[in-house]
Design a protein around this ligand. Sequence first.
Ligand code: TRP
Length: 454
Amino acid sequence: MTATATSAPVTSRVLTGITTSGTPHLGNYVGAIRPAVAASREPGVESYFFLADLHALIKVSEPARVQRSTLEIAAAWLACGLDPSRVRFYRQSDVPEISELTWLLTCVAGKGLLNRAHAYKAAVDRNRGEGQDEDAGITAGLFMYPVLMSADILLFNAHRVPVGRDQVQHIEMARDFGQRFNHLYGEHFVLPEAVVEAQVATLPGLDGRKMSKSYDNTIPLFAPRETLHRLVASIVTDSRAPGTPKDTEGSALFQLYQAFATAAETDAMRAAFADGIGWGDAKGQVFARIDAEVAPLRERYDALVADPAAIERQLRDGATRLRDEVASPFLRTLRHAVGLRDLSHASVATAPASTPARAALPAFKQYRDDDGRFAFKLHAGDASLLLQGRAHAGGRDAGRQVAALRADGGAGLMLDAGGVTLAGDVVGTLADGVTLDALRAALALLAADADAAS
Ligand code: TRP
């Protein structure tokens, strides 16, 4: 059975999270922002973009910096063309279901697996190397980082997660936790795949090493034009004089140019290097090429940052819709699955420890139909269709109707001209050849199983 909040045979869900601990730089733009915004415009892709501010707390203990970074990163994505009307755009801490799922996953996550997480292990190794207590200065937040990240991904049943190589292990952990949960409680989670873009260049920084905040060699994406000019001029080069041929191989300046230029422009620059272009001249051209792409984005960025309340509204709005349509109904299903249930439907008479016939039980499946409405089906244990549920505009309404059917256990169902009804509401139509009694029996079976398990 799949009880995923949405079943998406045609669309693929892609989820991207950005930790709000710094200022976006050119390396983020080339390596993540630009390709992700482009990918979000492809048909058949449902994109989720979120600001991982809960993750930021693990690294940053300056509140003002977390806030500033959240604003800057949100504005940067919007300035670079992210369209909140066609992608899910939200802030992690605005979706409390993520934190709640973190606990459910914590309870299935193997501690031994977490012990092997690279970031945690590196911190332990550093302590050992310094002759300190293994866990000196290490928070449980760092240790639990992969579980929170798994909740980010599994809550939305993302199929693909574009990440850098350093994050692949985290996606594997998400698969592991999701699989354990599915094994214990039924097939609820899609197991995500990491997507490592091989052809996306890692940009060199000012010193020629990979551009990274931890090397302090970055060029801020939206630095004022003069600052951008000055920083490009400070990129390290060798000491060859104008007129002497230059190597493009291993030249940070050339790689930076290439990340912004067309193939033809790149060829022309390669020729100029061979012809001995002076470094000052080359730097001027690299600056001009980057600025040509970034200037219009910078203008939008400056306008966005000047009106933080508008961004706040957009983020809240995104989270509200996401909670109503996806997170809240799915979490309700998950709570029920693990036994966090309404006591009024519990039976005290019987309490068998196991339910061997589990696989043969009828199952609800909620999904989005072609018109984007929220619908559901009820299948028998042999997977044949029993009830085609009515489609609703909101996921909450569909979720409520499923919950009402479960709670009813089949007793209150009626048949009228509009279909099957429950307490006067049309809930759906019987599948061909299915009788109302068969539907009632299936719901009774589900209710009995729920009681037995609670
Ligand atoms: N850990 C990611 C990073 O540092 C950020 C992140 C948090 C993330 N949750 C995520 C990325 C979920 C992808 C999916 O880059």
